[in-house]
Design a protein around this ligand. Structure first.
Ligand code: AMP
Ligand code: MN
Ligand code: MN
Ligand code: MN
Length: 278
């Protein structure tokens, strides 16, 4: 049996629903051996996560999932095994959180134009960390108020790219984010590449630019990938010389395909991103 390594998950310090200690306990209960908490643009849950993992005898890797703009689109870059106190990383993430706060006001404005009043206050009721507001918090409010039948529909109707309450963002570039992660002693890993709507040329440009900045990994196995996408990104990792990561992208209980520790194992022939740590 290979080790069960899950290096992508969220707590209520970003848009997950559980406190870090409960994510840790759930990871352990699901048979995970090594776990990373990787909240969006936020590291405030890592101390609790580390302490809980220690109690449980669960291996722990401190992580973060950083919002990045590349070729006019948002991508996510995981920083794994980071020191959350490193000043450049801290300052960079604080800047992203300020942009999120400003975006939230504009999202609420757009929703008002759709006839949905007070969405900002509504979204805030779903926020546990006042520093980190995201689209999922708006989606939970829209669902609760009956404006949609599922979180997915909230994105399809209002919050997804190009939809009526979508607010285009300029997040920091790879050229900033990868160096922050490296300065913090971490490895930069492109999260769920299969989710990005790039042309093949743009993907090549992404992998080249990421590598040029010192990015080392690709999240080959993700709950956001089909089996064919896992195979495709395994080939990309080999061709480009990237290490490979595996992550559930767990946010909340009750969504079987994103359960902690349940995504398929890494395909053979890849270098795991965790090989130096475990
Ligand atoms: P944000 O970083 O605030 O722009 O929100 C991005 C997050 O929204 C992702 O990490 C997912 O948790 C969630 N998300 C994005 N697209 C969808 C979708 N189509 N359905 C459900 N959740 C989504
Ligand atoms: Mn999320
Ligand atoms: Mn993501
Ligand atoms: Mn994620």
């Amino acid at each position: 049996m290979p080790l069960n390594v899950d290096l992508h998950s969220h707590s209520f310090h970003s848009d997950g629903v559980l406190p870090p200690a409960q994510v840790a306990a759930r990871a352990r209960a699901q048979g995970v051996d090594w776990w990373a908490l990787s909240d969006h643009d936020e590291t405030s849950g890592l101390a609790e996560a580390a302490a809980a993992a220690r109690e449980l005898g669960l291996g722990f890797i401190p992580g973060v999932e950083v919002s990045v703009t590349f070729c006019e689109r948002t991508i996510h870059v995981l920083g794994l095994n980071i020191d959350p106190d490193q000043p450049d990383l801290r300052a960079g993430l604080a800047g992203i959180r300020r942009s999120r706060f400003e975006r939230a006001g504009i999202i609420a404005e757009r929703l008002r134009e759709c006839g949905i009043a007070d969405a900002y206050e509504g979204a805030l009721r779903h926020v546990d960390n006042p520093e980190l507001i995201g689209r999922v918090h708006f989606a939970r409010h829209l669902l609760e108020q009956g404006h949609c039948k599922s979180l997915q529909q909230a994105f399809d109707r209002y919050l997804g790219e190009g939809k009526r309450a979508f607010v285009p963002m300029r997040w920091p570039k790879l050229e900033s984010v990868v160096p922050w992660i490296r300065a913090a002693g971490g490895k930069a890993v492109i999260a769920h590449p299969g989710r990005y709507r790039y042309t093949p040329q743009q993907f090549d440009a992404l992998f080249d630019a990421f590598k040029a900045q010192g990015g080392v990994g690709l999240e080959v196995v993700s709950s956001g990938h089909t089996p064919a996408q896992c195979r495709h990104y395994a080939r990309v990792a080999q061709a480009c010389g990237f290490q490979a990561s595996r992550g559930s992208d767990f946010h909340a209980p009750g969504i079987p395909h994103t359960e902690l520790g349940r995504v398929p194992p890494l395909p053979d022939g890849l270098t795991p991103v965790w090989q130096d740590w475990i």
